[in-house]
Design a protein. Structure first.
Length: 394
């Protein structure tokens, strides 16, 4: 069987590393659109075709993120190579089986049975910096041959950097310049990150770690077990291409415990209603729980309220909301990976080396949600009050 595949140098470097028997860990560190994830999809398909009865596991922290990225890329590559046949795709178990018996399976780390389940030959951890060290070790112990990781280096301290230093590991660094198939419009967008923020440029254009001295929030702590709290308020920021973000805030005196409940793109209003209904049930919350919403989408708020939810308009004064968040002792649930990522990237704009009081409008979907909820609480539950909020019913 012969395949004609358009590949980048990133594919070639990973292929050589796969063939190198001295290597176990192959770490792809790079910027956006460098082809690292796509190249690994190509490589793992080739591996399965050439090696019968193998098992490849593709893993990410959450399944919605997995489905929207590497799962979709893998199916796209199979189609481009004219290999995809629907009868071989188990969409319930998220497994694709090749005619020689090899399989590629997809699962997230919230599926504990699969994390601690059967062995595999190859492991691919997509966006590995979202994965905790203990979770990674559970996966590693059940992998017999090679472990691939890819990540954007948005964290300066992470177990991945220690892994790279091992004698049986190799780092493959890549940037958008390694991808000759990239459209000029995308190249321009990446290169213009330098005008937005030097740290963004370092991380997402150059694929290099960068520690910022102008992130907006620097006072957060992380938790797993939450103490008893007094009030619960949800914040909801609408998106479509950007994620729709639903965040839970539990208040206790001057402390707030924050947990990410939903972070997903391309949701229709009926899908959002279904998901919020399921989330409230799983969280033990009633439909009467206050949901503070971005009022830019009044038609969605109307639909939510007509379905029995208790939605109110947010105050969208960004500076006042940031001050409200900073006035609280902020605890972030340790599994809230998208909030963590946004906290690392949510920054004040710098002009002529001077930090301004204007935030960069990137990486703010979940942080807008928690800002809505915390400012609402400050105005309605804290001493002093000041604003009236009206629940909108239609």
């Amino acid at each position: 069987m012969e395949l004609d595949i358009k590949v980048t140098g990133v594919f070639t470097k990973n292929h050589l590393a796969l063939e190198d028997k001295s290597l176990r860990f192959i770490i792809n560190q790079g910027g956006s659109r460098s082809s690292k994830t796509y190249s690994l999809c190509q490589l793992l398909i080739v591996y399965c075709i050439q090696n019968p009865n193998k098992v490849v596991s593709v893993v990410r922290k959450s399944f919605p993120s997995l489905r929207a990225t590497v799962y979709r890329d893998m199916i796209e590559v199979l189609r481009e190579l004219n290999l995809y046949q629907e009868k071989y795709h188990n969409k319930t178990e998220h497994i694709y089986t090749f005619t020689n018996g090899s399989q590629i399976e997809f699962f997230s780390l919230d599926d504990s049975q699969k994390v601690r389940g059967r062995k595999r030959d190859i492991l691919f951890c997509n966006e590995s910096n979202e994965i905790g060290y203990e979770e990674f070790m559970q996966l590693n112990m059940r992998t017999t041959d090679k472990v691939f990781c890819d990540f954007n280096p948005s964290d300066t301290l992470h177990w991945l950097y220690d892994l790279i230093e091992r004698n049986d590991a190799i780092k493959i660094h890549s940037t958008y310049k390694d991808n000759p198939f990239l459209e000029k419009s995308i190249i321009k967008e990446i290169e213009e990150l330098i005008k937005v923020d030097q740290d963004f440029y370092n991380i997402y254009a150059l694929g290099l770690p960068s520690r910022s001295n102008h992130t907006v929030y620097n006072h957060q702590k992380f938790y797993l077990d939450k103490p008893s709290t007094k009030e619960t308020i949800l914040g909801l920021d609408f998106g479509f291409q950007h994620p729709t973000a639903l965040v839970r805030c539990d208040f206790r005196d001057n402390e707030v415990y924050v947990e990410e409940l939903l972070y997903e793109s391309h949701l229709t209003t009926p899908e959002l209603i279904t998901k919020i209904t399921e989330i409230l049930i799983s969280q033990g919350l009633s439909k009467n729980t206050t949901i503070v919403c971005d009022y830019a989408r009044p038609e969605i708020i109307a639909d939510l309220n007509s379905n029995g939810f208790n939605c109110v308009n947010a105050i969208k004064n960004v500076k006042e909301g940031i001050d409200a968040v900073k006035s609280k002792i902020l605890h972030i649930h340790d599994d809230s990976i998208n909030i963590k990522k946004e906290l690392n990237n949510y920054k004040w704009k710098v002009i002529n080396e001077r930090i301004t009081d204007e935030v960069i409008k990137l990486w703010d979907d979940a942080l807008d949600s928690l800002r809505y909820a915390i400012l609402y609480h400050k105005k309605n539950y804290s001493a002093g009050g000041g604003y009236d909020f009206i629940s909108i019913s239609f």
